[in-house]
Design a binder for this molecule. Sequence first.
Ligand SMILES: Nc1ncnc2c1ncn2[C@@H]1O[C@H](COP(=O)(O)OP(=O)(O)OP(=O)(O)O)[C@@H](O)[C@H]1O
Ligand SMILES: [Mg+2]
Length: 258
Amino acid sequence: MTLPLLAIRDLHAQAHEKEILHGVNLTIFPGEIHAIMGPNGAGKSTLSKVLAGHPTYTVTGGDILLNGQSLLALSPEDRARQGLFLSFQNPIEVPGVSNVKFLHAAVNAIRKARGEERLDEESFQKLLAEKMALLGCRPDFATRDVNAGFSGGEKKRNEVLQMAVLDPVMAILDETDSGLDIDAMKVIANGVNTIMTNDKGLLLITHYQRLLNFISPTVVHVMMEGRIVATGGADLVKRLEAEGYDWLQQGGISHAQP
Ligand SMILES: Nc1ncnc2c1ncn2[C@@H]1O[C@H](COP(=O)(O)OP(=O)(O)OP(=O)(O)O)[C@@H](O)[C@H]1O
Ligand SMILES: [Mg+2]
């Protein structure tokens, strides 16, 4: 039997004494793409940050398992070394550190944790060039400081470039599509589809069907008020697009995963 890649079990989490996640359950098997939709303030970004180990959030119950190992006691860096990747809804700028330097250091930290040899300058440049071509990045992406002065769409593209270079086993993309023009979204969706192989997992947080037309999710979940309240397929996305979320508040709980 295949083991889940990511298992979120009855996860409760709070920030500043206020509980935001009220028992989230989600299981992602290798090769699966899950999408989470849900209204503003539902807890989607909180879930992604709790998975990544963001220090603002405290887990008060439940567990997060990556390949059967609990992540709760691990630092964000150690979670990344285990193969977890999170792209932020609002990517941070790191002035003074070039993308090349940042990515080279990050790749080697992860390779070290896996017991692999470090990539030398030349091999890394080759890897970076290949991934930049895959994602249609402008050449100055490499030499510019991380996200500094990048447009909204460029930051999103840069996050996916980081993902492509780091090659995580489990990636979470938080609203990577927001702010992308149509052409950029197609290129990035294509890139994500190329990166995504059947040993990996992907969790996409999005507000709109349009991204899901390019990256086909295995399952779609709806999160509301800190819980997954419905799980389904393409039909669910279509209904949400047409009717919004109100119908789920009126007894929609029965659609939830057991
Ligand atoms: N650090 C924090 N301190 C206090 N409240 C927080 C904190 N982080 C999140 N919240 C609250 O938790 C709720 C969920 O926020 P979150 O950012 O997870 O929503 P979201 O589903 O990602 O929404 P959006 O679709 O707008 O991105 C919101 O009411 C938010 O104000
Ligand atoms: Mg959010």
